[in-house]
Design a protein around this ligand. Structure first.
Ligand code: GDG
Length: 730
């Protein structure tokens, strides 16, 4: 028996890199030649790694299933069998009828069928079960593309610790389009189950972050999204091709022989090439119209130039694709019949797929490649054309809306809806001096050669491993049962005990209206019981003003630190200031904040004794962030060389006296009441100041998880905080 290595990599995509076909001779297994299959081949064929996906046919009974399973197993693949109904509703319905058009900015073609959505959920679950049947606890799982947007989250629920990556091969559109989807939150949350989410371009990444921020209210910073218990990393990984494979195919005898054959048939005609899957996103009809316009505007090209157009059949079960096919057939027929001569055919149109050598000989023979999609995640045809140009002659015309345009800046970049520009680009390409062609092509080849499919795969896997490692490094330990037992033992054994408690988010949950977060009876009783324990001091450390704290908890024998350390009160005594403070600066600062209130609907000013706070939680999200940035630099300039500090909090900006914080105030208590047991609980950035001043053996506990903390332990929520405090009473 083979011993199982420590950890494996599992690739998951809708389709397997092998296609199973039913022929007269029985089942045949054909490798599919896609770029992804090549790139990931270096991963899934190794050791015990495995690729999980649909083998592309409907099975008839268990015997056939077992046979396929065994055959695929030998090649490190595991099948997910889908039924005809599932393919209709999950694949043609939701994936290609809802997500594909929406993500490519063709929202008007999108359908919203509850039945399709349900099938999408069910099939994602089916994939999840198939992955879980294979995955060990230490395995890395890499999920691909829009058919499986829910899978990362489903896997995360079953395997909270797993390393999960997700890559989207199509564009991620503006959040305005995502908004339109009835299932938008579920889809975004599905993706966020991953540790690392990859897109082809920075633009898609930006759209994704904006959707997550607008629709889920989760902010992002430097490409990281903070979830309550995890950080998700988002990055751009432009996918490349197997450069050598195309360069070698272009140099092969087979493809040269094909080229000779084509050349003989075409004689002197110059070739503009167009290759796509049949899809409305690819701009095929627009391209034909532009070619028509070229022949009108520049009659001198008639008889001289042909468009060789390969359209690969795809998704013909979906109605829009059948309509598109008709439109293309009609356009080709009309243009050909209008211009053709006995010896010249304007458009050589093929509706089928060709073997790789023939494809490459088309790349070789073409002087111009016309890659002009309306939207395209990346577009590999553009890169393959570049890799096949062994003599560096040839011109690439590339749509600005293909992901590839972000890298191939030496192509002639066009707007595919601008028919005039497209026509001129074709003309310019046909007359471009050879020297310029060589300069541009050489630069593009260097790029495509370097950022190839293998470096893409490596980079993604390394980033995933790095993300996981960072998560582990930053993770604060959960206050588990053994840790709680130790805490309780230390508490019992201690002679003097000090308990420092933040209020909002720690003892009570946040409330939309801050004044509604008053203590309930359970909390009041709990705090009273704590104060009745011998040798125990309880201090509430809050950012709230002293009046509120006194009103809510003032009757209890506990100590207070209010306004983040400005005001202090020992039980039974009066309030006093942490130190002599000035607040005459407010007169100068307040008008500045008011200026921002006037300009930002929904924002407001809160005035405390020694600080001013500008709140923008209720303002338009993006506008608030923009204004806050502006205000921050404005105030930083105004407060330079003063003893004021400007602090950015959660949707607030606060101006206050420097040197005052929860930590400085907490330090007073640590000095005044030397304790051999200290417990501090808090949930936000201001509590980190408290954690910072604690002795090393103190129990610092952060409520909620996510961003890094100085605390030694984490605890989930105020409910668990109360449970913990109750245990101290036992
Ligand atoms: C999706 C995204 C993204 C085409 N005809 C033949 C043939 N092909 C090969 C090409 C190329 C592939 O098919 C097409 O890839 P694209 O990238 O151009 O487009 P999609 O299929 O829409 O792929 C896209 C891609 O995922 C990767 O992330 O770039 O934006 O939409 O490799 O060469 N291959 C053969 N015969 C043909 O007739 N052998």
């Amino acid at each position: 028996m083979r011993s199982r290595p420590m950890s494996r990599t599992l690739i998951v995509s809708n389709r397997l890199p092998t296609k199973v076909l039913r022929t007269d001779e029985g089942l045949t297994f054909q490798p599919s030649e896609g770029g992804l299959a090549t790139g990931l081949g270096s991963i899934y064929r190794q050791g015990d790694n495995v690729w999980i996906g649909w083998p592309g046919l409907f099975v008839e009974g268990e015997v056939e299933e077992d046979h396929i399973r065994q055959e695929l197993h030998a090649d490190n693949m595991a099948p997910v069998f889908l039924t005809e109904n599932e393919i209709r509703d999950f694949y043609e319905g939701f994936s290609n009828g809802t997500l594909w058009p929406t993500f490519h900015y063709f929202s008007d073609l999108a359908t919203y069928e509850q039945r399709h959505w349900e099938a999408y959920v069910a099939v994602n679950q089916k994939f999840c079960d198939a992955v879980l049947a294979q995955a060990g606890p230490d395995d890395t799982i890499w999920v691909h593309d829009y058919q499986l947007l829910l899978l990362p989250e489903l896997l995360r629920r079953a395997r909270p610790e797993a390393a999960i990556g997700f890559f989207l091969h199509i564009p991620f559109p503006s959040q305005e389009l995502i908004r339109v989807l009835p299932w938008r939150e579920q889809l975004l949350r599905g993706m966020l189950g991953a540790d690392l989410i990859g897109f082809h371009t920075f633009g898609y990444l930006r759209h994704f972050l904006s959707a997550v921020s607008h629709l889920l209210g989760l902010p992002a910073q430097s490409g990281q999204i903070e979830l309550p218990n995890r950080t998700v990393r988002v990055d751009a990984f432009p996918m490349g091709i197997d450069y050598k494979r195309y360069a070698q195919a272009a140099a092969s005898e087979a493809s040269q022989a094909h080229e000779t054959e084509y050349r003989a048939a075409l004689r002197d005609t110059r070739v503009i090439l167009s290759i796509d899957r049949l899809d409305y996103t690819k701009g095929i009809a627009q391209r034909l119209r532009a070619f028509d316009l070229l022949l009108q505007r520049y009659p001198e090209w008639r008889g001289q130039v042909s468009l060789v157009m390969l359209v690969v059949p795809s998704r013909d079960q979906v109605a829009q694709y059948a309509t598109l096919k008709e439109e293309i057939d009609e356009l080709v027929g009309r243009i050909n019949s209008q211009y053709r001569t006995i010896s010249w055919n304007p458009i050589n149109y093929f509706y089928r797929s060709l073997p790789l050598e023939e494809l490459v000989s088309l790349y070789r023979i073409a002087e111009v490649a016309l890659v002009t999609p309306m939207r395209d995640g990346m577009n590999l045809v553009a890169k393959e054309f570049v890799a096949s140009k062994l003599d560096q002659r040839g011109v690439l015309i590339l749509s600005e809306r293909a992901g590839a345009a972000r890298e191939l800046s030496d192509a002639i970049i066009i707007n595919p809806t601008d028919m005039g520009q497209l026509t001129e680009a074709m003309h310019d390409a046909l007359v471009m001096p050879e020297e310029e062609q060589i300069t541009r092509m050489t630069a593009m080849q260097a790029l495509v050669r370097r950022y190839n499919i293998f470096s893409w795969t490596r980079l993604f896997m390394n980033q995933l491993a790095y993300t996981k490692m960072k998560q582990h490094m930053l993770a604060t330990e959960m206050l588990t049962e053994p840790a709680t037992a130790q805490l309780l033992a230390d508490f019992q054994a201690a002679r003097q005990r000090l308990i420092l408690l933040d209020y909002d988010g720690t003892l009570v949950n946040f409330h939309a209206n801050p004044q509604r977060a008053e203590p309930d009876q359970e909390l009041r009783l709990l705090l009273r019981s704590l104060t009745e324990l011998s040798n125990t001091r309880v201090v509430v450390i809050s950012g709230r003003d002293r009046a509120t704290l006194a009103k809510w908890l003032g009757h209890l024998p506990i100590d207070f630190i209010a306004e983040h350390g400005v005001w202090l009160r020992t039980a039974g005594e009066d309030w006093h200031l942490f130190q002599q403070l000035r607040n005459d600066w407010k007169r100068e600062m307040r008008p500045v904040l008011e200026l921002y209130v006037v300009r930002t609907a929904g924002s407001f000013i809160e005035e405390k004794d020694y600080s001013l706070v500008w709140h923008y939680r209720r303002a338009d999200n993006d506008l608030g962030v923009e204004r806050a940035r502006e205000m921050l630099s404005h105030l930083t300039f105004m407060t330079a060389n003063t003893d004021l500090q400007v602090m950015e909090g959660n949707k607030v900006i606060e101006i206050k006296n420097a040197g005052i914080n929860k930590g400085a105030a907490a330090a007073r208590w640590l000095e005044r009441y030397p304790a051999d047991f200290v417990l501090a609980l808090g949930d936000d950035r201001t509590d980190e100041d408290t954690f910072r001043v604690l002795p090393a053996q103190a129990y610092s506990v952060r409520v909620g998880t996510g961003a890094r903390s100085l605390a030694r332990f984490n605890i989930a929520s105020p409910t668990e905080v109360r449970q913990l405090l109750r245990k101290l009473l036992e």
